[in-house]
Design a protein around this ligand. Structure first.
Ligand SMILES: NC(=O)c1ccc[n+]([C@@H]2O[C@H](COP(=O)([O-])OP(=O)(O)OC[C@H]3O[C@@H](n4cnc5c(N)ncnc54)[C@H](O)[C@@H]3O)[C@@H](O)[C@H]2O)c1
Length: 401
C-alpha cells in the first residue's frame, strides 16, 4: 500500500508503519545518547498507555535507558486489508522488535486498560514472565471509560467550569486563527471527566497488582499531569480536566502511603505540553504549543516527549546521586519547570494578542507543530520513502483481549 496522510480535524486517519518505526528508533537513539546510570534505574516495568506519547517514551526510557523488561498495555488497532493500523500499533510493533533485538523482555496487551480483564491478564503475564515489577507508569489519555463493574460508558469533557470560554485558537483544518467558544461543563460532565481521567482507575490497577503480590519491595508508580498557566487554565487546570487531574493528586497520595510501607512511593509527574494525539484534541493547545515551542526553541530549552521522560527518570525518579525525591508542596514531581519560567510565559502572553491568520506561520512555530503532528502518524520524515509500497500488516508479540 502507498500511504499518504489524511487529516480530519485533530486526527490523521492514515498512518505509515515505516515512519512510526523510525520515530521509535529516533527516541531509542536519543535515550541511548543520554547514557543514563543503568544501576540506578527500574528493572521490571509495567506501562499502562504504552503505545504513544508520554507512555511510549516512558517504555523506551525504561528499556533502552536502563535495560528494563517491559510489559505494555494499550488500546490500538492492527491494519485490515484496506486500512493501515493505528500509529500506536506500529509504534508498539517497532518497540517490540528493537527490545527483542537488544535481548530485553517485551510483551504487550492490546485491550481496554479500564477493564478488570486487562488487569488480570497483566498480572498473569507478570507472574509467568517477570515475577515482580518495580515500576508502574500510568499514562492513559482517553475520552471514554467503560466502568469495569457495571459496563456503563462515561465520557470526559474538554470544557471550562462556570463560564463560557472564549479565546483565540487555530482551526487546524484551515490553518486559520479563529475565536473559539466552549460552553461550560455541567456538573454531570465534570463528575464524568473525573471518572474517566481521574485517579480511580490508577488505584484499581495498584490495588490489583498489590493484592496479587506482584509489586516488588520499594516499587514506585507515576502518573502524568499538566498544570500550565493563566493562558490555558480556563480550559485545562480550572476546567473539567483539571478536576480530574486534582483527583489524580488525591490518588497519588493514597497510593504513595501504601507503597511507602515497603520504602516505595507514588507521584504525579507534571509534564510539559507536547504534541500528542491527546493534546491535539484540547481547544487552544495547538496555538499555545505553537507559541511556547517557538519561544523555548529560541531560549534553547525546548524538549520533546522523549526528552521529558529521559529527564524524569534520569534526573528525578532515578537520579544517580540518590537522596530525597524533589517534589512541589503537593508531592508532584515537576518537569514543567522550564515551560513555566516567567520569561517564557510572559513571551507567550505578549505574542498571544499579536497572532493573526496572516502571521501565524511567521510569529509562532505552527509549522513545527504541524510537522510534529504529522510525524505522530509516521509522516513527514526525511528518511522514509513515501512513494514506496509498504506492508501494513505488521504483527508482534501482543496479547489481544
Ligand atoms: N500531551 C501533553 O502535552 C501532556 C502534558 C502533560 C501531561 N500529559 C498526560 O500524559 C498522559 C498521556 O497522554 P499523551 O499525551 O501521551 O496521550 P497519547 O494519546 O499519546 O497516549 C495515550 C495512551 O493511552 C492509551 N489508551 C487510551 N485509552 C485506552 C484504553 N481504554 N485502554 C488502554 N489504553 C488506552 C493509548 O493506546 C495510548 O497508549 C495523560 O495523562 C496526559 O494528561 C500530556
Amino acid at each position: 500500500m502507498i500511504i499518504k496522510p489524511k487529516v480530519r480535524g485533530f486526527i490523521c486517519t492514515t498512518t505509515h508503519p515505516v515512519g512510526c518505526e523510525q520515530n521509535v528508533r529516533e527516541q531509542i537513539e536519543a535515550t541511548r545518547a543520554r547514557n543514563l546510570d543503568k544501576s540506578a534505574g527500574p528493572k521490571k516495568v509495567l506501562v499502562i498507555g504504552a503505545s504513544s506519547g508520554y507512555g511510549l517514551a516512558a517504555r523506551i526510557t525504561a528499556a533502552f535507558g536502563y535495560g528494563a523488561d517491559t510489559l505494555g498495555v494499550f488500546f490500538e488497532k492492527p491494519a485490515t486489508e484496506s486500512k493501515p493500523g493505528t500509529a500506536g500499533w506500529y509504534n508498539s510493533a517497532a518497540f517490540d522488535k528493537f527490545a527483542k533485538q537488544e535481548g530485553l523482555y517485551s510483551k504487550s496487551i492490546n485491550g481496554d486498560a479500564f477493564s478488570h480483564e486487562a488487569r488480570q491478564k497483566a498480572i498473569e503475564l507478570i507472574k509467568q514472565d517477570m515475577g515482580e515489577i518495580d515500576l508502574v507508569v500510568y499514562s492513559l489519555a482517553s475520552p471514554v471509560r467503560k466502568l469495569p463493574d457495571s459496563g456503563e460508558l462515561k465520557r470526559s469533557s474538554l470544557k471550562p467550569i462556570g463560564e463560557t470560554y472564549r479565546a483565540t485558537a487555530i482551526d487546524t483544518n484551515k490553518d486559520a486563527i479563529i475565536e473559539a467558544e466552549v460552553e461550560p461543563a455541567t456538573q454531570q460532565e465534570i463528575d464524568d471527566t473525573i471518572t474517566v481521567m481521574g485517579g480511580e482507575d490508577w488505584e484499581l490497577w495498584m490495588d490489583a497488582l498489590d493484592q496479587a503480590g506482584v509489586l516488588a519491595k520499594g516499587a514506585r508508580s507515576v502518573a502524568f499531569s499538566y498544570i500550565g498557566t493563566e493562558i490555558t487554565w480556563p480550559i485545562y487546570w480550572h476546567g473539567a480536566l483539571g478536576k480530574a487531574k486534582e483527583d489524580l493528586d488525591r490518588a497519588a497520595a493514597a497510593i504513595d502511603a501504601r507503597l511507602k510501607e515497603t520504602s516505595g512511593g507514588a507521584n504525579v509527574a507534571v509534564l510539559k505540553s507536547v504534541v500528542t494525539q491527546a493534546s491535539a484534541a484540547i481547544p487552544v493547545m495547538p496555538l499555545y504549543i505553537a507559541m511556547v515551542y517557538r519561544i523555548m526553541k529560541e531560549q534553547g530549552v525546548h524538549e520533546g516527549t522523549i526528552d521529558q521522560l529521559n529527564r524524569l527518570f534520569g534526573e528525578r525518579l532515578y537520579a544517580p546521586q540518590g537522596g530525597e525525591l524533589v517534589t512541589d508542596e503537593a508531592g508532584r514531581v515537576r518537569l514543567d519547570d522550564w515551560e513555566l519560567r516567567d520569561d517564557i510565559q510572559q513571551a507567550c502572553q505578549d505574542l498571544w494578542p499579536e497572532v493573526t491568520t496572516d502571521n501565524l506561520f511567521e510569529i509562532t512555530d505552527y509549522a513545527g507543530y504541524k510537522h510534529e503532528f504529522l510525524k505522530l502518524f509516521g509522516f513527514e520524515r526525511d528518511d522514509v520513502d513515501y512513494d514506496a509500497d509498504v506492508d501494513t500488516l505488521v504483527e508482534f508479540d501482543v496479547v489481544n483481549l
